[in-house]
Design a protein around this ligand. Structure first.
Ligand code: BG6
Length: 478
């Protein structure tokens, strides 16, 4: 049976701070992620307010996509990518974030990247903010906690949308915006840092500030959608949610209610605002209970209503269990850990692999929103080893992807309007959570280790050839 529509968008994804490197090239200035040190599964990454000489900062060199984009895009084209999801580093375009004039060299870089994609018929999909707030905005304004930063974001968005209006059609506003419903989202999404300590500035959570900043991010996202429609009515703009799929560990009603509460706040709240254009009742109740006193200015509600996104995009890697009972084994995960599910295996980084959870999630999103859906991240982080012939036999990655694609097929069979899939990641890049190179997701191996050794040469993994076949057969040959 032929299930994937003919124009289904198969591809891969990356983020600027995880692949580009060249962190100070051609007028770019620091962004927030340029201040994040390398970590590991056992050691958290640390945000330092100054660049310390003895620390290593993985984004500074990353995998040098800035200079190697031609070679990389040629490899994506060889796999048959229809779409390539990447992000623009805001601080390449407006180095301080609040500059009046954009940096022409930064704009030219993305011109070259998009032209290269289009040369091969690859549609670029652009994330406007993938944890990439200019550091100056963090330092001077406490990021989005200051309403003025909405104007800075809108200026940046209008600039890039106007410049690339004939090159890019698909835009995402804020990567994994729902990170901000949890304390760890302070830095990456909102750009709020703790000013108490000069050296290491991981945030202290001020819940009022965090949700006020999130409100400003909702407005910034809505204003980006409004701008998009003015600049090119054919633009399609999506939200980007890290969907943390959860199950109740037991059938005790208390577990079910806990699940519903967490699902609402972590998964549904941001998308409800961005897709439906208003704060849902349960979120208002939650904020009130937490003592959060949001400042809404006149006109805010109208902006949220007008700036609804066209489609729902999300990342999906794993699922977790939740329970009110104490004493259960816990597990790690994307953004958030949870209780271990006895029926699921986990990756080397402790993320539970759950392809059926993807079907459940797609059905849920479709039922709730009734808008087109795009899976913009899904993939397996693993240690890959090159054998004596230089080959990488990543059958574990092929199995992971195959199982998830099978569930996507079932969702399409259910009439879920799924129109694309970008695997995380198109090539090996720096891990966002740990800053490691050895947590690899790509179809293309990059010769670089955690200490920065290696030639940066690119090698095709076994999954490269497999994915090429999947795309060629439009999902028919898995
Ligand atoms: C998502 C992010 O959370 O997960 C990516 O959008 C990230 O930037 C990906 O790389 C995988 O997470 P990690 O921590 O394994 O790199």
């Amino acid at each position: 049976m032929k299930l994937f529509p003919d124009n289904f968008l198969w591809g891969g994804a990356v983020a600027a701070n995880q692949c580009e490197g060249a962190w100070e090239a051609d007028g770019k200035k620091e962004s927030i992620c340029d201040h994040l040190t390398a970590g590991s599964r056992a050691k958290n990454r640390v945000f330092t307010s100054k660049i310390l000489p003895d620390e290593s900062y993985p984004s500074h060199v990353a995998v040098d996509f800035y200079h190697r984009y031609k070679e990389d895009i040629a490899l994506f084209a060889e796999m048959g990518f229809k779409v390539f999801r990447l992000s623009i580093a805001w601080s390449r375009i407006f180095p301080n974030g609040d500059d009046e004039i954009p940096n022409e060299e930064g704009l030219k870089f993305y011109d070259r990247v998009f032209d290269e994609c289009l040369k091969y018929g690859i549609e670029p999909m652009v994330t406007l903010s993938h944890f990439e707030i200019p550091y100056h905005l963090v330092k001077e304004y406490q990021g989005f906690s200051d309403r003025k930063v909405i104007d800075c974001f809108e200026r940046y968005v209008r600039c890039v949308m106007t410049r690339y209006k004939d090159k890019v059609k698909y835009w995402l506003t804020f990567n994994e915006i729902n990170f901000a419903t949890m304390p760890m989202g302070n830095l990456e999404v909102l750009g709020i840092m703790n000013r108490e300590n000069d050296e290491v500035a991981n945030p202290l959570d001020d819940i009022n500030l965090r949700f006020q900043a999130l409100h400003h991010v909702f407005l910034a996202s809505a204003r980006a959608v409004i701008a998009a429609k003015e600049i090119n009515p054919d633009f399609k703009v999506g939200c980007m949610i890290a969907h943390i799929t959860m199950y109740p560990l037991t059938c005790r009603p208390e577990d079910m209610l806990l699940l519903q509460e967490l699902d609402h706040i972590i998964n549904d709240f941001c998308a409800d605002v961005q897709v439906k254009g208003r704060y849902p009742g349960y979120a208002l109740r939650y904020l009130e209970e937490k003592g959060v006193n949001l400042t809404f200015e006149p006109g805010d509600e109208a902006v949220l209503r007008k700036g609804c996104v066209d489609f729902y995009s999300f990342s999906y890697y794993m699922s977790n269990c939740v329970t009110t009972e104490e004493g259960h084994t816990t597990t790690l995960g994307n953004l958030l850990g949870g209780v271990k599910n006895p029926y699921l295996e986990a990756t080397q980084w402790g993320w539970q692999v759950d392809p059926k959870g993807l079907l459940y999630t797609l059905n849920k999103i479709h039922d709730r929103y009734q808008v087109p859906i795009f899976i913009v991240e899904n993939g397996l982080g693993a240690v890959d080893v090159r054998d004596e012939n230089g080959c990488i036999h990543d059958d574990y990655r092929i199995n992971y992807l195959r199982q998830h694609i099978c569930e996507m097929e079932k969702a399409i069979h259910n009439k879920v309007d799924l129109f694309g899939y970008t695997v995380w990641s198109a090539l090996d890049i720096v891990s966002s959570g740990t800053g490691e190179m050895k947590k690899r997701y790509g179809f293309i191996y990059v010769d670089k280790d955690d200490e920065g050794n290696g030639t940066m040469e690119r090698f095709k993994k076994k999954s490269f050839y497999w994915y090429k076949k999947v795309i060629e057969s439009n999902g028919g040959d898995l």
